[in-house]
Write a protein that binds this ligand. Structure first.
Ligand code: NAD
Length: 455
């Protein structure tokens, strides 16, 4: 069976490489010719662990090819999989379907023989039906069905998530579409992966409900972390105490700088829009969106408070700018809120990220990009941990402190424990734990001069 994947981004590339790994003939199509040129040379344009090896094997075997010619890619395909972006519409909460509609229209013009057009992109309720009408209008003679097949992979573990998913959700409207989608997912079904067949609307809502629920957990635990700080409780013990309850579980209970990435912020906003349009406004999701935005805006106040009254002329070292570890994705990253706010208050920002600096450079002008964490904090008044990269967990904290003008750390990811900080000169601020852990007595923190002499 031949599959044409339209959109060779995080989802399209991973889906394409994994379907090729299952033995299907896959062509990944993208409108960006430079991306296709690099892919043909065996270069993977995104950072996604394991994707390069997987793609290379299928590319060598001739099962995975790349094209910027959509019509040629779709010709002869039994499945046309749409994996293009669905960003938030400018100035609104709703998802922008322009890329999806354009991809569907182009597939419609090119398809020959019975084709199932599949939405893998995250799309609002009603999209599958709308696309069916669009395709029918574009190609009245076409033999096709539509399927809604939302993707649940996480960046950073996308290949693993795709090959071993908790479940696959497929919305269909006809036995023919179901049969073809069963063929597509047979390699997972034989491994006992639950494949849930539903109607279009149900499949579309499952994706938004799942993402909004996970975002709500993060928003909720961030709020509990704020309370912990004020009352002297420890969020790590609180989440463990909560998470051991099997009704709750441990996942998505890490407090931090506010959720970012290509999905949670836009999908929660899109669900708010869907619920409003349906006449049943979602108060909970609206609050999650607002609380998360406010949290990101307040990050700069936390840094300012940790350093002193004002930031003008001070150097701040930022460790990590990607929205989370193991990805180079900068979409809605906390760094995009914090770094410009630090600069607006007059700080000079020096930053290091193991893989995202290239993607971040255009988005964060004026940043001094560094070759490692030690260089990023050199001469700085504070080290700010924004991304939980593993390589930051093993830093030599004494060396890090020695490189700084003042050993102040604001750890927005809680990658260190108070025990790690003990016997280092750091004045340590983390999330949801008692303030000012570290070797220096709290009353001495008030004196910047005293703190400076420690370097
Ligand atoms: P992306 O921006 O990384 O990739 C989209 C690609 O589509 C781009 O390379 C773009 O050039 C290409 N494109 C757009 N229009 C095209 C057209 N007409 N023809 C050919 N190529 C076209 O996006 P992504 O992160 O892969 O997300 C894609 C969809 O999957 C979104 O709806 C997203 O919400 C959803 N999703 C993303 C993730 C994730 O972790 N990134 C997880 C699950 C679901």
């Amino acid at each position: 069976m031949k599959i044409a994947v339209v959109g060779a981004g995080y989802v399209g590339l991973v889906s394409g490489a994994c379907f090729a790994e299952f033995g299907f003939e896959v062509v990944c199509v993208d409108k960006d010719p430079e991306k296709i040129r690099r892919l043909r040379l065996g270069e993977i344009p995104i950072h996604e662990p394991g994707l390069d090896t997987l793609a290379a094997a299928s590319q060598r075997a001739g099962r995975l090819t790349f094209s910027d010619d959509l019509a040629a890619g779709v010709r002869g395909a039994q499945v046309g999989l749409i994996a293009v972006g669905t960003p938030t519409r400018r100035g609104e909460d709703a998802a922008d379907l322009a890329f999806v509609m354009e991809a569907a229209r182009q597939i419609a013009l090119a398809m020959d023989g019975f084709t199932v057009v599949v939405t893998k992109s995250t799309v609002p309720v009603g999209t599958a039906r709308m696309l069916a009408a669009l395709i029918r209008e574009t190609r009245p003679d076409a033999d096709f069905e539509v399927a809604a097949n939302p993707e649940f992979l996480r960046e950073g573990s996308a290949v693993e998530d795709f090959l071993r998913p908790d479940r696959v959700v497929v919305g269909v409207d006809s036995p023919r579409a179901r049969e073809r989608m069963e063929r597509l997912y047979r390699p997972l079904m034989v491994r006992d992966v639950p494949v849930l067949f539903t109607g279009f609307e149900t499949a579309e809502i499952i994706k938004y409900a799942a993402n909004a629920f996970l975002a709500t957990r993060i928003g909720f635990i961030n709020e509990i972390a704020d309370i912990c700080e004020e009352v002297g409780a420890d969020i790590a013990a609180v989440t463990r105490g909560m998470g051991l309850d099997r009704r709750i579980g441990q996942h998505y209970l890490q407090p931090g700088p506010g959720f970012g990435g290509s999905c949670f912020p836009k999908d929660t906003r899109a669900l708010v829009s869907i619920s409003r349009e349906a006449g049943v406004p979602s108060r909970i999701v609206e609050s999650v969106v607002a609380a998360n935005e406010a949290r990101k805006e307040r990050l700069v106040d936390r840094v300012t408070a940790a350093v002193g009254d004002q930031l003008s002329g001070l150097r701040i070292g930022v460790l990590g700018v990607a929205f989370k570890a193991d990805t180079d994705d900068m979409r809605e990253a906390a760094a995009l809120s914090l770094v410009p706010a630090l600069q607006a208050r007059g700080a000079v920002v020096q930053a290091y990220d193991p893989v995202a600096m290239k993607a971040a450079a255009a988005l964060l002008p004026g940043v001094v990009w560094c070759t490692d964490a030690y260089e990023a904090v050199a001469g700085a008044e504070a080290a700010v941990v924004l991304t939980e990269w593993n390589e930051f967990r093993g830093l030599d904290l004494r060396r890090l402190a020695a490189a700084m003008r003042r050993p102040v750390m604001i750890d927005f990811r809680n990658i260190y424990s108070p025990a790690d900080i003990e016997r280092t000169p750091f004045v340590y601020h983390s999330v949801g734990r008692p303030r000012h852990c570290g070797a220096i007595p709290a009353d001495e923190l008030a004196s910047p001069r005293r703190a400076r002499t420690l370097t």
